[in-house]
Design a protein around this ligand. Structure first.
Ligand code: 6CS
Length: 367
């Protein structure tokens, strides 16, 4: 167990935070009895809950956002970062943001898709393009955020941005070169039904588990494999208890940054701007960070020699792409018109972006 880097104290802190309520935020919009709102008492603290530990892509993003917001607000806003292990599992973090106990949180679609079925889109394989520059542009586009605004708002969350964290890689105790290689493999997925479907389509026996449980389940052989970006496989030490990592580039790991919707809407204008501008500032930094972390940690694992790395050929990937097609129908059945609209518009957005960025960078394995 990666105890040196990861400790899990879900109940105590989560409870303390739930009891003390959300950040010490302003009342200037909520006080309906006074005509001129009281200026907020500064500094105001915003709590930011992460699904990943220190040193991760989410942590680098949160640190960069904290710096920008604290700078832009001249210290009037303080951002407190809670790395994974200090508050709870992804599902618990989503609850904390929905009930207003934390201001900001990461919420990965793989965990969120039971609550917001539309985000199950990001668990589908071979939907996002191969070209990393196109992917970056699509995920950063305001049009994509608009598509998901309502589904998040329905659950009292404000979608603030999508953060790509790199290609998903599969680890197991054998190479996974063909869909048949998945036959009977017990593969851990994130905690939504949609996340399981991608692997069921290959003949695997998927099961859901929180991130914090994956290492011990692999070590105890309760599961045979799992899927995560390379940087995470290294930092969560999964490579210690798996023999082989297969690079099939099936999907980007995409996280979303969210806040409580009422909290966001009640922010004074200047605070909303500090937040919105801070988010814009960090989008590019996040992209560069994930590229760097995925590359350097791949090199580190290769150097340590624990793990065999298998890169699939285009023909091998094509077999997985074919096998993954029925999962799109499952997504469309579960999301109805709303999912259909989002799926079609995403494809349109990809086409438009590809047309507009012909001649951009190559496949950028980074995986
Ligand atoms: O596999 C998971 O559950 C997690 N993986 C990453 C890289 N980030 C957060 C998520 O919870």
């Amino acid at each position: 167990m990666p105890t040196a880097r990861f400790r899990f104290w879900p109940l105590s802190l989560a409870l303390a935070i739930a009891l003390t309520g959300c950040s010490d935020n302003q009342t200037d919009r909520g006080d309906k009895t006074s005509e001129a709102p009281e200026p907020p008492e500064y500094p105001v603290t915003w709590r930011f809950a992460l699904e990943e530990i220190e040193g991760s892509v989410q942590h680098a993003y949160a640190e960069a956002l904290k710096e920008r917001i604290e700078d832009r607000s001249d210290g009037k806003i303080e951002v407190d970062i809670f790395p994974y292990g200090s508050l709870g599992t992804s599902a618990q973090l989503t609850e904390l943001v929905r009930n207003g106990s934390v201001s900001l949180a990461f919420a990965s679609p793989g965990h969120l898709a039971n609550t917001i079925p539309e985000v199950g889109l990001f668990t589908l394989h071979y939907v996002l393009p191969d070209d990393p520059e196109v992917t970056r542009q699509v995920l950063a586009s305001p049009e994509l955020l608009d598509l998901f605004e309502q589904p998040y708002a329905r659950e009292n969350m404000k979608l603030l941005g999508f953060v790509p964290e790199g290609w998903m890689a599969w680890t197991a105790n054998k190479a996974l070169r063909t869909p048949e290689d998945f036959d009977g493999q017990r593969i851990r997925t994130m905690t939504s039904d949609m996340a399981e479907e991608a692997f069921r389509a290959y003949g695997a026996e998927p099961s859901q588990a929180p991130y914090s449980q994956v290492y011990s389940d692999l070590q105890l052989r309760k599961i045979d494999g799992q899927s995560n970006p390379v940087f995470a496989i290294e930092e969560m030490d999964f490579y210690e208890v798996q023999s082989t990592m297969t690079l099939a580039r099936p999907a980007q790991f995409v996280a979303s940054v969210v806040s409580n919707l009422d909290w966001y809407n009640a922010l004074p204008e200047n605070q909303q701007q500090w937040l919105d501008n801070g988010l814009k500032d960090v989008a590019q930094i996040a992209w560069e960070t994930q590229e760097e972390l995925n590359q350097t940690r791949l090199e580190k694992m290769l150097e340590e020699g624990h793990l065999e790395v298998v890169r699939l050929t285009d023909a091998e990937r094509e077999a997985f792409r074919q096998a993954s097609m029925p999962v799109r129908d499952i997504y469309l059945e579960r999301t109805g018109e709303s999912g259909q609209r989002i799926f079609e518009q995403l494809r349109q957005l990809i086409n438009d972006t590809e047309t507009g960025s012909q001649g951009s960078a190559g496949s950028g394995d980074g995986d």
